[in-house]
Design a protein around this ligand. Structure first.
Ligand code: AHM
Ligand code: MG
Length: 333
C-alpha cells in the first residue's frame, strides 16, 4: 500500500504530548522513556545473537536472580532519565536504594520503574515489558525518598511498554485517560494508535493468575476461582506470567488479573511503587478497578496504599469492575 509509505499524517508520541499539553518537561521526560524503550526493544530483539540471555550472577533488592537483560535495561533507563535533566529521584526494582540525581542535573519528576518486568520470560522469547510511575517532586524538596513514598493517587504519569509481537507503549498523564502507541520499527517512532482507551464493561470470561499458588491463597480467593471454573461454562485461564502482558490483555479484552496474598507472602509478589500503582492508575483511567483484596486487615483501593518502603509489595486484583467486585463479595460471603 503506497499510502502507508507516504503517509506523514501519523502522530508521533512526542508531537502528541506537545500538542496535548504544551509541556516541555513532560515531552522531555517521555522522550527519555521512549528512547529507553526503543533501546530495550533492540536489546530484547537481538538478545539471542548478542549473547544477552542468561543470568548476570547477582540478586536484586527482592532477592530475585538478575538476568543480563535486566541489568542492561536498568542501565539504559537510569542513563536516559538522569541525563534528561527533568528528574530528581529514581527508584528501580534493580536498585536497593533510591537514586538521588546530582543537584545541577535535577528536574521536577521522580520516577519509579521496573526496567524489564517478566524476568522468567526473558530467556524463552516470551513478552516482557517496562513499567513506570511518575510523581512530581514535592514543593521545596531537594529530592529525597519522601518524594516517592506517596500514595498512588499522587501519581502524575504512569505507563508501560510491552515487548510483544509488536512494541507498544501505553501511557496516562495528568488524568487524561489512556493513550496507546505502537513502535513503527522502520521509522523508529512510537505512532499514536488510540486515545481514551476504555476496558470493556461487560464481564468477560477470562481470568489470569498463577493458579499453582492456589493452596496458599485465602479462602475467599479460592472460593472465587472455584466458582468461575465450576459448571459447564467455566472461565478461560490466560496467564503469561509477565504482568505487562497480562494487564495489557485485561485492558483490551476485559477480564480479571489476580496476584493475591499468599500464606507465605501476605503482600503477594508484586511491588507497590513500580508495578501496583502504575497498573492500577492505567486500569482506573480505562474505567476498570484495582483492589488489594483483604490486606493488613482491610480491603483497599490499590492507589490509596501508603508505601512504607520503596520495595513494598501488595496483593493485586484488577480488571473489569463487576468482576473485581465479585471477588470482594467473597470476603463477606
Ligand atoms: P519480576 O519483576 O521479577 O519479573 O516479577 C514480576 C512478575 C510479573 O510480571 C508477573 O505478574 C509475576 O512476576 C509472575 O509471577 P509468578 O512467576 O509467581 O507467577
Ligand atoms: Mg523485573
Amino acid at each position: 500500500d503506497p499510502d502507508s509509505v507516504t503517509d506523514v499524517k501519523s502522530i508521533t508520541l512526542t508531537s502528541f504530548i506537545m500538542r496535548h499539553t504544551r509541556d516541555n518537561n513532560l515531552a522531555i521526560l517521555m522522550n527519555a522513556i521512549q528512547l529507553s524503550c526503543k533501546s530495550i526493544t533492540r536489546a530484547v530483539r537481538k538478545a539471542g545473537i548478542a549473547n544477552l540471555y542468561g543470568l548476570a550472577g547477582t540478586e536484586n533488592s527482592t532477592g530475585d536472580a538478575v538476568k543480563k537483560l535486566d541489568l542492561l535495561s536498568n542501565e539504559i533507563m537510569i542513563n536516559a532519565l538522569t541525563h534528561s535533566h527533568v528528574c530528581s529521584v529514581l527508584v528501580s526494582e534493580e536498585n536497593e536504594d533510591p537514586i538521588i540525581i546530582k543537584e545541577n542535573m535535577q528536574g521536577k519528576y521522580c520516577v519509579a520503574f521496573d526496567p524489564l518486568d517478566g524476568s522468567s520470560n526473558i530467556d524463552c522469547n516470551v513478552s516482557t515489558g517496562t513499567i513506570f510511575a511518575v510523581y512530581e517532586k514535592k514543593e521545596g524538596s531537594v529530592g529525597n525518598i519522601e518524594d516517592v513514598m506517596r500514595a498512588g493517587i499522587d501519581l502524575k504519569v504512569a505507563g508501560y511498554c510491552m515487548y510483544g509481537t509488536a512494541t507498544e507503549l501505553i501511557i496516562t498523564f495528568y488524568g487524561s485517560g489512556v493513550h496507546r502507541f505502537t513502535l513503527d520499527p522502520s521509522l523508529g517512532e512510537f505512532i499514536h494508535v488510540a486515545s481514551d482507551v476504555k476496558m470493556p464493561t461487560e464481564p468477560k470470561k477470562i481470568y489470569s493468575c498463577n493458579q499453582g499458588n492456589y493452596g496458599g491463597w485465602d479462602a475467599p480467593i479460592q472460593r472465587y476461582v472455584d466458582g468461575i471454573t465450576a459448571g459447564d461454562k467455566p472461565y478461560a485461564l490466560r496467564y503469561v506470567g509477565s504482568m505487562v502482558s497480562d494487564v495489557h490483555r485485561t485492558l483490551l479484552y476485559g477480564g480479571i488479573f489476580l496476584y493475591p496474598a499468599d500464606k507465605k507472602s501476605r503482600g503477594g509478589k508484586l511491588r507497590v511503587l513500580y508495578e501496583g500503582f502504575p497498573m492500577a492508575l492505567i486500569i482506573e483511567q480505562a474505567g476498570g478497578m484495582a483492589s488489594t483484596g483483604m490486606f493488613n486487615g482491610s480491603i483497599q483501593r490499590v492507589l490509596e496504599i501508603k508505601p512504607t518502603s520503596i520495595h513494598d509489595k501488595c496483593p493485586i486484583i484488577l480488571g473489569t469492575p463487576s468482576m473485581v467486585e465479585s471477588v470482594l463479595k467473597e470476603y463477606t460471603a
